[in-house]
Design a binder for this molecule. Structure first.
Ligand code: SF4
Length: 457
């Protein structure tokens, strides 16, 4: 006996008729039909129907999987489905709860393949604007368009789009989703594909390149429909060089991220998107400077610490408490000065749940310098305090050492005077209480000097 089915409806119809006649699975040869039609031939079987009434009840779970299974291209899926249906109807009601059963296992694998293909449609469809509508051509592995298309209708409400596959097409006018015939891939490419490639190159992160994973996630048969796929060999070839550049950022690397408008608010906003060096990757956020635009005294530290990284503000951790105390004793109101760091992202080494502070390298400082320079150029302060050697190197050059210059006002290129002093964190790290106390007093004295210089006409 031969049965032909193409979709869920025709399978249901044929299967119902076969079951009603008690036809055993091995007596039926199922075929994919060219049309939405059912064809039964051969002599009717003599076996008895499953129930006295001839009515077959199937679990809801079977109806749900049928919807997905009909999308699979394996022509033997109809045999499998009918065999499972027959077994369900003949006393094996809990068959679908038997994961080790070979038929159930096969169903499971085929359903997974369908689910993966739907995800690929969502991930790999590339729309291009043609007139007023967005068009995409895609070649799914299975006939999954009807399972995948509703996602786009939800994602792009009110938008006109069409997705065409070799089997069928789906179209949205912004309100209604409908389906039509499929079509072969159109010839040629357009500016949209160039744009997409430019976008992909710019977001490509060479340090995360994992070719085996990429091969797994970007199956071969989708590559000729993805504009960016052609870039991958080239980007992969250059990945080593680009990673090297990322790990060893160039001096002034942050400069391209600076906005045209140099107000403090614009600078802070732009710095949030800075990815000029690898420090931005593990850090939580950019910690930009804070304080009034009228500040005549600026304090520059090294980099945000753990708490600053989480809180998004400079000097709010334990070192911030030391600084606040010193400011108070020096007669400085925190809200009247500007506080910032030489490096705007937290550099650390993960150790279990801890994030251990790592001193920024000279390259880190040089990469980030455009931000602190822009802050100083905008503020035009009368005096700057460099808290620690890293801040000193950022403002006075890479050869700067704190020891010989602490407390001695230095002439700056961007500001009239720079006063180097201890970083509050160094005071916290001081081994002896007496040493910490001396450093604290020196910090307060240096802050007083800076305050006086900031008030000088
Ligand atoms: S540390 Fe500075 S240069 Fe590096 S990403 Fe952060 S803001 Fe940009």
């Amino acid at each position: 006996m031969k049965a032909i089915a193409q979709d869920e409806g025709s399978f249901r119809e044929a299967a119902r008729a076969l079951l009603a006649q008690g036809v055993r699975p091995e007596s039926v040869a199922w075929q994919d039909g060219p049309q939405l039609s059912l064809a039964l031939d051969g002599p009717p079987p003599s076996a008895s129907p499953p129930g006295a009434s001839g009515v077959v009840r199937v679990p809801k779970a079977f109806a749900a999987l049928l919807e997905k299974m009909v999308c699979h291209r394996d022509p033997t899926r109809w045999d499998l489905l009918y065999r499972v249906l027959y077994r369900l109807a003949h006393g094996e009601r809990d068959l679908l709860q038997q994961p080790l059963d070979p038929d159930v296992r096969r169903l499971e694998l085929m359903q997974k393949a369908i689910a993966r293909d739907v995800r690929h449609v969502h991930a790999f469809v590339r729309f291009r604007l043609v007139g007023e509508a967005y068009l995409a051509w895609h070649r799914p592995e299975h006939r999954v368009l009807r399972l995948a298309a509703p996602f786009f209708a939800t994602r792009f409400p009110g938008m006109k789009w069409s997705i065409v596959t070799p089997d069928e097409s789906s179209h949205s006018d912004g309100n209604t989703l409908r389906y039509g015939e499929g079509a072969p891939r159109p010839e040629g490419e357009d500016a949209f594909e160039d744009l997409w490639r430019t976008y992909y190159s710019s977001i490509f992160n060479p340090s995360r390149l994992n070719l085996p994973l990429l091969a797994q996630k970007l199956p071969m048969h989708h590559r000729d429909t993805l504009p960016e796929a052609r870039l991958i060999p080239l980007l992969a070839r250059n990945a080593g060089r680009r990673v090297d550049r990322m790990l060893r950022p160039e001096a002034g690397a942050a400069a391209p991220f600076l906005p045209r408008d140099r107000s403090l608010a614009s600078l802070a906003e732009a710095a949030r998107g800075c990815t000029a060096c690898p420090l931005c990757e593990p850090a939580t956020q950019t910690v930009f400077g804070e304080g009034p635009g009228t500040a005549k005294l600026v304090l520059v530290g090294e980099q945000p610490g753990d708490q600053e990284d989480r809180g998004g503000r400079p000097f709010i951790g334990p070192a911030g408490d030391v600084l606040d105390d010193a400011l108070k004793k020096a007669g400085i109101v925190r809200g009247e000065i500007y506080l910032t760091n030489a490096v705007k992202h937290f550099k650390f080494e993960p150790r279990g749940k801890l994030r251990l502070h790592q001193r920024p390298s000279a390259r880190d400082v040089a990469a980030c310098r455009p931000w602190v320079e822009a802050e100083l150029l905008t503020l035009q302060p009368r005096a700057v305090v460099a808290l620690g050697a890293t801040a000193g190197q950022a403002l006075l050059g890479p050869g700067f050492k704190l020891g010989p210059f602490r407390g001695k006002p230095q002439e700056g290129t961007l500001v009239p005077v720079i006063i180097p002093t201890w970083h509050p964190a160094a005071i916290l790290r001081a081994g002896l209480a007496a040493q910490a106390q001396q450093m604290r007093e020196e910090l307060i004295a240096d802050l007083r000097t800076a305050l006086a210089r900031s008030r000088a006409a």
